[in-house]
Ligand binder design. Structure first.
Ligand SMILES: Cc1cc2nc3c(=O)[nH]c(=O)nc-3n(C[C@H](O)[C@H](O)[C@H](O)COP(=O)(O)OP(=O)(O)OC[C@H]3O[C@@H](n4cnc5c(N)ncnc54)[C@H](O)[C@@H]3O)c2cc1C
Length: 555
């Protein structure tokens, strides 16, 4: 049955002389096949004199000067001849197992260069967002007279270092679903929502599967997508491969320092650390934030945005960052982990906000785990708001806050318990308190909480004074985390703040005040909670910037 559906498609672009250029793609998806047909159809209709990006890598010069085009599709059992209706029809996935593009030409590339206007797109930063922008800039349909050359400039020796370290080296590429409530921004959230709505999770998933060629699966316990290989390296490598397939070129060890406008010819000049000047018509800023400076992201993007482009930047701060603080009862509990309910209570707000996730971890320095990381920015902001003891400058590695912060993290150590019921003397009055609590909490934590409540391990439930009982229940269900600081950008998974969304055209990701400069990814003032939301932002904003910057090349 499989053989019955196996189709072979040949798009043949021949000219008088007959030099042959060939590329073969298997399993590239319906989109790829459709593009080849679209391209061919345009040629036949005399609409297209320059190449589509799809065939640029193999037959750039040849295709531009083609004089005759034939398109044939056939399979092992029957062949179906092309006609205009068929060419317009979007083929099914089964029909596009194999695509062969054959092109021949007699024209010289200089003739081509004369006919086509070349636009240079420079993508500055090769992380998740930059790679996505590069891919979509390369595949987006151009007009008849424009060739768009896409080059990625990256400071380090390789692309996507953060992809490599993400999700415990498994790379949580996407959440199962997302809403604006999964994100934090100091800009107007409606602007973030508009950008996020430009793509959906299912469409992003299809892109990763069909075009990037990643096999992905859901981890049902956490509602997250991971590569089936559980390898973040595979994600990074396949993204780079996808870009290269579409003709994107990469220049590593290129540390961007400054951007200036060349008013004479309406281009931008990008100065690099080694004194090289890169001239480009269009720039995409995808240099990330300040978190994990050791892997290349040191906040230079914000400096360039403010200093050279005069763009509004909301004060960056470490987010999704482990907190520093004492453990309960003055005990030392590193390695103890549990599922619990963490809430942030803000002085000015009546209602506490609950962390979406329950994972909690005691670390050597304080607290971590998804529930703490997701709410950590509130503590960080409290520090920035005033009660600072140490300096928390942009690149500081950690800072601390006095206990009188405006946000309080409170924990119910086991929200499935009715603590009143658990400690009720009527239940079985002869029990020790510790014996009632131990099955419900990790042992070391249980003992530390009792120490904090000044309840002796030999205390019987029936002997527990009412005042102590109330105090203990408060510690079990409403424990205030003594966060005195955070671990700074060195350990922050993302940076909060960044280029204010108010300065960005949300339909295109172009800077409102700087024509032909687009932004995407973590450099923007938004981050998501743990669970693939940050990559979703990187893919979504990167795609929008890539498509728009390429379309913007058409005058
Ligand atoms: C440990 C860790 C784990 C994470 N896990 C996940 C996860 O599982 N799921 C998830 O959704 N998110 C995760 N994140 C967050 C996610 O990695 C980021 O949100 C995402 O990578 C941001 O992509 P970006 O392209 O905007 O920036 P980056 O990935 O930071 O890329 C920016 C690039 O620009 C380059 N650059 C910087 N300055 C210059 C310059 N001056 N010149 C040239 N190039 C420059 C950098 O070297 C870098 O390659 C994790 C982050 C960390 C630190």
């Amino acid at each position: 049955m499989a053989a019955l559906h196996k189709k072979k498609v040949v798009v043949n672009v021949a000219s008088k002389v007959g030099a042959r250029l060939l590329t073969t793609t298997t399993g590239g998806g319906a989109q790829r096949y459709y593009r080849a047909f679209q391209y061919s159809h345009h040629l036949r209709a005399g609409k297209m004199t320059t190449t589509h990006q799809q065939i640029r890598g193999c037959a750039l010069a040849a295709v531009r000067s083609s004089t005759r085009t034939t398109t044939t599709a056939y399979d092992s059992h029957s062949s179906w001849k092309k006609n205009n209706d068929q060419l317009r029809r979007r083929p099914t996935k089964r029909e596009c197992r194999t695509i062969v593009i054959t092109a021949s030409s007699s024209s010289s590339s200089s003739a081509v260069a004369a006919a086509a206007r070349v636009k240079e797109v420079a993508i500055l930063g090769s992380g998740a967002a930059g790679l996505t922008a590069a891919y979509f800039a390369a595949v987006t349909q151009k007009d008849a007279k424009t060739v768009v050359r896409v080059t990625v400039y990256e400071k380090t020796k390789e692309s996507g270092k953060k992809i490599l370290m993400s999700g415990g080296a498994r790379c949580n590429v996407l959440p199962v679903e997302a809403t604006i409530d999964d994100y934090v921004t100091d800009s107007n959230p409606r602007l973030a929502k508009a950008i996020l709505q430009s793509w959906t999770v299912p469409k992003c998933l299809s892109w990763l599967r069909d075009d990037v060629r990643l096999e992905l699966g859901i981890e049902h316990t956490t509602n997250k997508y991971f590569p089936l290989s559980n390898s973040s390296r595979e994600v990074r490598d396949k993204l780079v491969e996808a870009c290269k397939r579409e003709g994107v070129t990469f220049q590593y060890e290129t540390n961007v320092k400054k951007i200036t406008k060349n008013e004479a010819n309406d281009t931008y000049v990008v100065n690099t650390e080694d004194g090289k000047d890169i001239e480009a018509d269009v720039l995409v800023l995808s240099m990330g934030g300040s978190s994990f400076p050791a892997v290349g992201t040191d906040g230079t993007g914000y400096v360039i945005a403010e200093r050279d482009l005069k763009v509004g930047v909301n004060k960056p701060y470490p987010a999704l960052v482990p907190l520093v603080g004492e453990h309960p009862g003055g005990e030392y509990l590193p390695g103890v982990s549990l599922d619990c309910q963490v809430k942030i209570k803000k002085v000015e707000k009546k209602k506490a906000k609950q962390a979406a996730r329950m994972g909690f971890l005691f670390t050597h320095k304080g607290y971590s785990g998804p529930s703490i990381l997701d709410l950590s920015h509130n503590v960080v902001k409290s520090i920035a708001d005033g009660s600072v003891e140490n300096n928390s400058s942009r690149n500081s590695n950690s800072s601390s806050v006095s206990s009188s912060s405006s946000s309080k993290l409170v924990v119910n150590w086991n929200p499935s318990c009715d603590w009143n019921e658990v400690l009720s003397p009527g239940k079985s009055g002869s029990d020790f308190v510790v014996r009632r609590l131990k099955p419900l909490l990790p042992t070391r934590l249980c003992e530390a909480l009792l120490k904090e409540a000044e309840v002796d391990l030999t205390t019987n439930v029936s002997n527990l004074p009412k005042k102590k009982r109330v105090h203990l229940i408060d510690i079990l269900s409403n424990y205030e985390i003594k966060a005195t600081g955070h671990q700074g950008y060195r350990k922050a998974e993302v940076t909060g703040g960044g280029i204010a969304l108010e300065g960005i055209d949300t339909k295109t990701m172009e800077l409102k005040e700087m024509k032909n400069i687009y932004v995407c990814g973590e450099i923007c003032d938004i981050f998501g909670r743990i669970g693939g939301f940050n990559f979703l932002w990187a893919w979504t904003s990167g795609r929008l910037a890539g498509i728009s910057c390429s379309s913007g090349c058409i005058e």
